[in-house]
Write a protein that binds this ligand. Sequence first.
Ligand code: AQP
Length: 344
Amino acid sequence: MTIETGSSKQRVLSGIQPSGNLTIGNYLGALSQWVKEQHRYESYFCVVDMHAITVPQDPATLREKTREVAALYIASGIDPQVATIFVQSHVPAHAELAWILNCFTPIGWLNRMTQFKDKAAKQQADTVSAGLFNYPVLMAADILLYQAHQVPVGDDQRQHLELTRDVAQRFNYLYGETFVVPEPMIRETGARVMGLDDPTKKMSKSEVDSQYHAVYLLDDLDWASKKIMRAKTDSYTDIRFTNDPERAGVNNLLEIYATITGQPHDAIEAHFAGKGYGVLKREVAEVVVEMLRPLQARYREITSDPAYLDGVLAQGAERASTVAERTLKLVKERVGFLPPYRRP
Ligand code: AQP
């Protein structure tokens, strides 16, 4: 049986947490793919503030970052007339479905999640929240509510996507076809941009120990360039793509260059043959800066009119709720909840 979505296009859903400053990793791994695919799919892009509170957040900063991330979606090229942009907490169906799915997700599945282990390890054991543990179930709810066929994410989200598929299949097996089982859409280059200060670690917006870790989308352009010029490399001299962990820094710079320029690996290696790391860094810095320049100009334009963003988010919440509530209603019927109470 195919699940009726009421659209001739397949659906896409993805989101980013407003848990810090968006990095070029978020852009290259996720956002740039969303922009590319928005016309091909019926797309839903949310700012996942409910995910963000799985680790401590300052309320005023969370509000500010939620708007900033939404504006960055538009500045990156998501057209709110084409795709639905919304804030997760504006659509209560996410929390409701997450609870129901929690009741169908074995703890053993969640115990295997590496992101939980990594994030829990950064906190004092007695402060790690149940929300952080259940994060992948909320993510499953986000995706399954919209009957998304494809989920464009970076490589770090692969395991959560697998869990989403498992949860959907389990529910479908128990109650009959209810959810589309989604596929990950993970790009070949740029799916895992590494830290500039430590290329063995993923570039992450919440990694704030070193000021040289990441380039942020709203960084001053000279400062962004300086960070790339200081990126960790190695003591070899040749410039080529490699899996050698000792050379992860150079490989990371080449991957960033390849993702932005779209050039094939052999052409890039030929271009840099015989050149030094200084040239590599300078040219990577140039392409990053030229990518950020128009994005930042659009961001300034969007944020100069707060009412415009309010309107986009209000319209997005309306559109998203309509779709989400349809799925939630079906799920509630399937599990045996009474129909909604109506005032006599
Ligand atoms: N370094 C990266 N390379 C490629 N893609 C990345 N993504 C994140 N980092 C990289 C992708 O960006 C999207 C947003 O992710 P998220 O905000 O939901 O959380 P995350 O995956 O945990 O990303 P961060 O930046 O590391 O956030 P924090 O530090 O708050 O946990 C996802 O599609 C992700 O794959």
